[in-house]
Design a protein around this ligand. Structure first.
Ligand SMILES: [Zn+2]
Length: 146
């Protein structure tokens, strides 16, 4: 990566970070409400606000981390294999931490029916013919479904 490309990415991230910090407002919590329907509606809006807020905070952390990596001179290196992440990938997503191969390997791991831990997700029939048989609600091979 050329120095001018690094400066370009740094500028992109700093501008996004500044915009996110300006936009970041704490989720509003309804304290008083005239009726239950109104309260339910406000609580629902509040839940959406909280999710957006959480996503915004997470993105700010990612960008701050990427900017610190520029200072540490290890920005643009894949955190899993240490290889250089190509500039077009960084340009598309400046705070990305993994190269395409490592990202795909991680996604395969998290979709594996044999994976353990919180990253495991059911395939919900998206991968027909895969190890789970491709039917929604079917678990790991050998697992009975009634
Ligand atoms: Zn990698």
């Amino acid at each position: 990566m050329y120095f001018s490309q690094l400066i370009e990415l740094q500028g992109m991230m700093e501008r996004e970070l500044a915009a996110l910090r300006r936009a970041l407002t704490p989720p509003s919590v309804p304290l008083k409400c005239p009726d239950d329907n109104e309260l339910a509606s406000r609580l629902s809006e509040c839940a959406v606000d909280e999710r957006l807020h959480a996503r915004c905070v997470e993105r700010i952390r990612d960008l701050e981390y990427a900017l610190r990596r520029i200072e540490r001179l290890d920005y643009g290196l894949c955190e899993a294999c240490g290889e250089r992440i190509p500039f077009p990938r960084l340009l598309a997503s400046p705070a990305v931490r993994l190269c395409v191969d490592c990202q795909q390997a991680r996604e395969r791991e998290s979709f594996s029916p044999f994976a353990t831990g919180p990253a495991r997700r059911p395939c919900a029939g998206r991968f027909r013919g895969g190890p789970c048989g491709g039917a929604a609600g079917v678990g790991a091979p050998g697992q009975r479904v009634s």
